[in-house]
Ligand binder design. Structure first.
Ligand code: C2E
Ligand code: CA
Ligand code: CA
Length: 727
């Protein structure tokens, strides 16, 4: 028996295997994918954000340096009208305001919103007061000190440029600015470009055209795009120079950026769709495999795997562990026969039908699974033993008639796991705690209980209990020790004398086996002979007894005792062997014992086997000089008929004749007639199990030859028996 640690280990291994089947790693893949998608998107957006910030900043400084130069010039010579005039021609649009906000000078349209924020940019060294343009909403000064982009608006503009024909208006001052710029070759190159090309305006942005275009018919005609923001620069005396910055972008770059972004989005979407398809098909496939793992192909219901995994869940589950559970081994007794008489497919069809009926009779939390050929494993909830018994009886009753021309029989072995029991199975190591119990432990108990019924073919229900477990354990021990017990001479021959009731002289004895199990434990034959009869070891026992009795007789003869015949029991299983007589002869001769000192006892039930072979064996034994007796005459089935055919020497009247109420007057009549019958067939009569003096006297009066019973002597060890023999 595995110890607690091993048991838990085994269980863990099993649940690990089941978990592999149960776990759907498609979901894991899905979440991993989702996580990576989010992670990469975040990284991508952050990098892109830095990149955009960097570009905006460099553009900002470009524009700012131009405007601050203009502002400085203005501050230096405010009264010089020429300077103002030059500014009007060469600079970007601007406003100059006084202390109170009145506009002193203005170039171009005033689209400054005067809604703004202080912007630090990344080095935080300088700060600038930036205003939004009132016509354009693409860039704005953020509250966090950075220039921000409104991507949505940019996207709208971009798609408009792509798909619509946009009406641009040529800026009023742009024309003149262009004309004048030609005369000023020393102006900054960027200024020149801006000035050279006409600015077209729409949707709050300005565009310059390609060299070969003179109107904007589509995005192809645009060379660069300029987005306005206003910056306020101190111009001394409380005056502010508010200049219009144009963040200029080459349209090819913009298109490229959008194309790359679009491509990334498309790839991500396609990947996501592929992933989804693979995940969904994975889930479907997994479901199919899982169903196969738990499917029983004979009944179309659930299989043993299902029972194991769900059974453990039930008995250990948080909610269900406090309920009464019963494991049931439910067997369709007629399966093999039915398959033989019909066909295996028809037998399987019957199993499927049975499975269906059982499934229909249980509730959702209960389990029915097809375990092996004709075995169903059930896990049922119950109120009490009686209720469960009734329920099973009903089920058996219903199932016994599912095939019209047949009446089927079913056997159920039941092992209970009551809610209040935290343990099960008394073992040598103690009780097993419930948390270390597997469902198959309990089911095994149910099977053991069922095995008790296996000798019969009739329907029945057997509950597992402690006695059953003890029986089983005892059987196990006996089988384990049997071989060693023979070689270690643990079996002892006891002799029960048979006396002649007429003169109280010793006339014979019966050899009865005992097992010296330990120094002070002598086990009676009733506790192990039935086990040996079942497992076939009984033939060894019979040989052992014949040899030992023959050896004892020979020894006593040699010591000068007046030996009497000793009868040895030969089991029914042994009698089937055709060379039994030769075997016995061989053994007795080997020990050197005269044949007339050995008698062979056959039990009455043996006479129902192969009659012809039996008569043959009896005849042979007799021809070798052994006496043969019929044991337990009158017990169980009538054997008058066998008496007719069997040439037996001795008739042993069963102890039942002398027990109970029948032992009265009518009993006496039966006994005396049985004696007469035996006598007239030339047999000697032995009465067994005689304990009372009156019985002895009566038997003596009826001419009974010998009495074997406690009245004279109990079975005794050979040392005691020897003292009853005379020399
Ligand atoms: P059995 O062959 O019918 O043996 C007679 C049984 O009746 C013995 O029980 C004996 O002790 C008991 N008995 C005899 N007189 C009285 C009495 O006055 N009152 C009562 N109450 N009982 C009496 P035991 O020794 O326990 O043997 C039981 C059975 O075990 C035997 O029944 C026999 O079937 C089987 N057996 C015993 N030894 C052997 C053996 O060596 N080989 C085989 N094959 N079977 C054996
Ligand atoms: Ca006997
Ligand atoms: Ca007997």
């Amino acid at each position: 028996m595995a110890n607690a640690k091993d048991r838990v280990k085994i269980k863990k291994k099993r649940t690990k295997i089941f978990r592999k089947v149960r776990n759907n790693n498609s979901f894991g893949t899905f979440f991993a994918y989702l996580f990576l998608l989010v992670l990469f998107s975040a990284i991508f957006v952050t990098i892109a954000g830095f990149f955009v910030e960097y570009i905006l900043e460099s553009k900002f400084y470009e524009e700012y340096s131009k405007l601050s130069t203009v502002a400085e010039i203005y501050e230096g010579s405010k009264s010089d009208d020429n300077i103002i005039q030059t500014m009007m021609k060469t600079s970007n649009d601007f406003l100059i305001t006084d202390k109170t906000g009145n506009i002193l000078h203005q170039k171009g349209k005033n689209t400054c919103s005067f809604e703004g924020n202080t912007v630090y940019l990344s080095d935080k060294a300088d700060k600038f007061l930036i205003y939004k343009d009132s016509d354009s909403d693409y860039l704005y000064p953020g509250k966090d000190g950075y220039i921000k982009v409104r991507w949505k608006q940019i996207w709208d503009l971009y798609s408009k440029m792509l798909f619509d024909k946009i009406e641009f208006t040529v800026e009023g001052s742009g024309d003149e600015a262009g004309d004048e710029a030609d005369d000023e070759p020393d102006a900054a190159s960027e200024d020149t470009v801006v000035a050279e090309k006409k600015l077209h305006e729409a949707h709050g942005v300005y565009v310059t055209l390609n060299a070969d275009s003179d109107d904007v018919n589509g995005i192809r005609d645009i060379d660069s795009i300029k987005i306005p923001l206003w910056v306020s620069i101190d111009a001394g005396d409380g005056e502010n120079f508010v200049g219009k910055m144009l963040f200029s972008f080459n349209i090819k770059d913009v298109v490229l950026v959008f194309e790359i972004a679009l491509a990334i989005v498309v790839v991500a979407v396609v990947l996501s769709i592929l992933m989804m398809i693979s995940i969904i098909s994975g889930i479907i496939k997994y479901r199919r495999v899982r169903n196969l793992f738990y499917k029983d192909f004979v009944t179309d219901g659930k299989n043993w795997n299902w029972y194991l995994i769900n059974g453990d869940k039930r008995i250990h589950g948080f909610y269900s562990r406090n309920q009464n559970w019963a494991a049931v081994n439910f067997v369709f007794k007629n399966y093999r026969n039915y398959c033989l008489c019909h066909s295996v497919p028809e037998g399987e069809e019957a199993l499927a039908k049975i499975n269906k009926v059982i499934e229909g009779s249980i509730d959702k939390s209960e389990i029915c699974a097809h375990a092996t050929t004709s075995n169903f494993a059930l896990l049922l909830r119950y109120e009490n033993e009686e209720e469960l018994r009734q329920r099973l009886n009903q089920l058996i009753e219903e199932l016994s008639h599912i095939e019209e021309e047949h009446e089927f029989s079913f056997q159920a072995g039941v092992a209970l796991l009551p809610s209040d029991s935290n343990t099960i199975n008394d073992t040598d190591e103690g009780r097993i705690p419930r948390k270390e119990l597997f469902i198959d432990d309990i089911y095994n108990n149910a099977c053991s209980a069922r095995a008790v019924l296996s000798d019969t073919d009739e329907s029945g229900i057997q509950f597992f209990d402690k006695n059953l477990l003890d029986d089983q354990k005892w059987t196990d021990i006996v089988q384990e020790r049997q071989a060693a017990a023979i070689s270690g001479e643990e079996f002892k021959v006891y002799y029960q004398p048979k006396y002649n009731p007429q003169d109280n002289t010793l006339r014979g004895a019966e050899a009865l086996i005992r097992w010296q199990f330990s120094e002070d434990e002598l086990v009676p034959p009733g506790k192990f002979i039935p086990i040996f009869e079942k497992n076939g070891f009984i033939t060894e026992i019979d040989h052992y007894m014949i040899r030992h009795v023959a050896r004892d007789q020979k020894m006593w003869l040699d010591q000068g005792y007046k030996c009497v015949p000793v009868s040895v029991n030969v089991s029914r299983a042994h009698f089937i062997e055709t060379d039994l007589a030769e075997q016995i002869l061989g053994m007795v001769d080997e020990e050197g014992c005269p044949h007339n000192l050995i008698e062979i006892e056959l039990t009455e039930s043996a006479f129902f086997d192969d009659k012809k072979a039996m008569i043959e064996t009896i005849k042979k034994l007799k021809s070798y000089g052994f006496a043969v007796s019929m044991d337990d005459f009158g017990a169980g089935y009538s054997s008058l008929n066998s008496l007719k055919d069997m040439p037996l020497d001795v008739l042993k009247l069963d102890a039942d004749f002398f027990r109970g109420e029948d032992a009265g007057e009518r009993g006496q009549i039966v006994v005396s007639e049985a004696i007469r019958l035996g006598k007239s067939l030339n047999m000697r009569i032995v009465a067994e199990g005689v304990e009372e003096k009156e019985q002895v006297e009566f038997l003596a009066s009826q001419g009974c030859d010998m009495i074997q019973g406690y009245y004279y002597a109990k079975p005794m060890p050979k040392s005691d028996y020897v003292s009853r023999m005379s020399k």
